[in-house]
Ligand binder design. Sequence first.
Ligand SMILES: Nc1ncnc2c1ncn2[C@@H]1O[C@H](COP(=O)(O)OP(=O)(O)OP(=O)(O)O)[C@@H](O)[C@H]1O
Ligand SMILES: [Mg+2]
Length: 484
Amino acid sequence: MDEVGRIFGDVGLGQFHLGLVQPVERGDYLTVEDDLHGRVLCQLDDLRRKSDLDLEGADALGKGTGTEETIHQNLLGLARIIGYRDDQGIVKIPTIPFRPGAKVFRAEENLIADVLGLKHRGNTGAYVGLLRNHSLRIELDINQLVQRHVSVLAKTGGGKSYLLGVLIEELLRHKVTCVIIDPHGEYGSLRIPAEANGVHARFHVESQGFGKQIQEYSPDAVLNPAAKPLTFSLRSTDPRDLLIFMGLNNVKMFLAPLKTLVEAVATTNPDYTVHDLVLAAQRGEGPAIEALHERLEYVEQTKLLAPQGTSLSDLVQKGVATLINLRGVAPDIQELVVARIASTLFENRKKGKIPPLFLVIEEAHNFAPQQGTATCSRILKNIASEGRKFGLGLCAVTQRAARIDKSVLSQCNTQLILQVTNPLDLKAIAQSIEGLTPGMTDMIQSLPVGVALVTGGGYHTPLFCEVRPRATKHGGESVKIVDN
Ligand SMILES: Nc1ncnc2c1ncn2[C@@H]1O[C@H](COP(=O)(O)OP(=O)(O)OP(=O)(O)O)[C@@H](O)[C@H]1O
Ligand SMILES: [Mg+2]
């Protein structure tokens, strides 16, 4: 085995210091031979170079009067103990500290795989990438993802949508039903196979399109021609929601006259259309009715409300990912669409009328904000706290961990974290995730694109994962302003 250093100083039960004789990187896996339990897996959490060079010595070097050869220096590491697997397969930490002076080795792949639980999960595994600097596959437990919710967190451009694309490809391979709230219309590219390259070979990924398992709906099917029109049933839209569709937020002024108008039209024609409401408003008098008339004409143009809305059996199909493309749709209407869809899915999942499914919310800080409200906040919070009982998994994707509702974030038991640099977002992440060491929080700030910290998903300790390449084309490529 490859010796990298020796334990020194006070030795704790969770961590120890070591003097390094070989360069090791933060995050590398190490092992110490324990008298009672054999090899124990550890991970380097921090590194420091200690030296006797003082300020005067540094000054002298600057002036050319000193020499670097006289500096005494040592490379010191802080390692975290992960544990060993006992006879029953349970991961345990030794209850007696290691001996000072004990040798520390680089851990071998079979020990890492065994203690971390990196195994082929067959039908229940979603292959998201390889353990960083190793060739061990990280497969997330699909049942845990759906039952216990997921969050994907990173700064803008950090690779959230790319990684989510990887996850959805895996869910589709396993015939898991998904509904994806896609505010930028990025996920239609899941139909198109990626151009395979050397990276695909290294990760053993074949390019593949999922055209047969993707369907797309949009409230604006003119702007998004690959989508079918998404409409809601007018009769089941109460006047309060109708005001939101109309873009009128003065409830005090408009709710009562709108209610009167709808009731009058509904009594003469139970199958009324938005056009019938427009005609009735046209006949009315007064400033409120005139404003209602003008806004109802706008709603008629949007074609969002129809006597028969899009049927649930069309919207949710087993093993299919339904994209709700909201590109070009006004923010308040986006919230209403999310609220209507999320509550329909939740109610029908409770009754068992639709298959268990995974509901993905991109830009989740807009739909379940920590401050202020969104029309869909309440239903998303309900799904986060109760959805798992009914087989409705939530996946919240956000670039602002600090701005998403904390009760939603803390219910996500699998976190996929890419680079985050904003101190407020880092604080929110550190507070919502168990088992994150200060060293890991530090590392999140400098993660390169394509490396994620994975917590949960069937693993007992956080793992750094090199995200596998997409089998399909990524739809969220950054737009070049100036060409080469
Ligand atoms: N694992 C990866 N391998 C290779 N390239 C990647 C990877 N992840 C992301 N990228 C590239 O980085 C860029 C940004 O990725 P992505 O669109 O996923 O970011 P994002 O976090 O969703 O950003 P935004 O918050 O703006 O939506 C893209 O051009 C993408 O191709
Ligand atoms: Mg994105």
